[in-house]
Ligand binder design. Sequence first.
Ligand code: MRU
Length: 342
Amino acid sequence: MDTMRWENGEFYLLDQTKLPGQSEYICCRDYITVAEAIKRLSVRGAPAIGAAAAYGLVLGAMGLKGEEEQNFLAGVEEIARHLSATRPTAVNLNWALERMLDRVKSEDSMTPEEIIGIMIREADSIHREDLEGNRKMGLFGLDLIPQGARILTHCNAGALATAGYGTALGVIRAAHEAGKKVSVYADETRPLLQGARLTAWEMLQEGIPVTLITDNMAGYLMSRGMVDLVVVGSDRIAANGDVANKIGTYGVAVLAREHGIPFFVAAPFSTIDISLQSGSQIPIEERSPEEVTCLGGIRLAPEGVRVWNPAFDVTPARLVSAIITERGVLRSPYDRSIRELY
Ligand code: MRU
């Protein structure tokens, strides 16, 4: 099932808020619909948000077709700012929008019509390259996955979070395809249950053995010797290798270190933000209290209770055993290995 697809000037997004119960696509004909879908997490996961925003910008540009060239370009930039403001943590969102704008600005004296054609091709490239990159990442990760490995993952860094195949789940998929007989523990990932709803669903679809646990079971699971390694995705990696990912990832990394279990991060190069020296500079999205006080639309916590709901946390580089990218596997010291790869 495609996470997203561009078809005859319309953009379709699989509504991930409805999974696994219903598989429904949202038809986007304007950029506002795409921006709302990103905010609502109908499309989520760092690389998927980036690709969706690129197509959103195309839809925005299509709405400006009749404008003079100067107004058209100013309008496209304004729409990029709007899309970029939807979610602050995943750097892939800005990366994709900047790539689209750079492409637009590199063309001289073209009509809006011609520029839109170029933009569609650029968004298609972002989408296609992400899928290709994930497959490469999976192959680079193969050496790190022993035969029969029992792998814990947090949140959903799978096909649904990307253009396809996935990052962390891509590494797991590649190991499965290579006949390594791996099995997966999926953290349910409160508050929005991306692990329970999406990772469990993806693994079942793929025929990869998966066991669902609540987030607070990971420590006991590790203490019983039932986990061989952890692999997660990332929303932004600072120049020193600090990793922002779904809230709860940091706790898993601390537990993994305590139990001597390797903790791997799989992410495309576009997730690395060398403009930030450390993870403390990564903006962390805070979301609505209802995500914590309610579950499936049912209120569980008392009215009036104060809530803190950061959507991501930062795992310090010292807890990360390796970062798997589509260009190779990075090891500590990350400031050096990241710089070398650049
Ligand atoms: O809030 P979400 O569901 O967008 O958070 C997603 C994650 O934290 C993923 O682990 C991350 O984006 C990597 S996806 C390949």
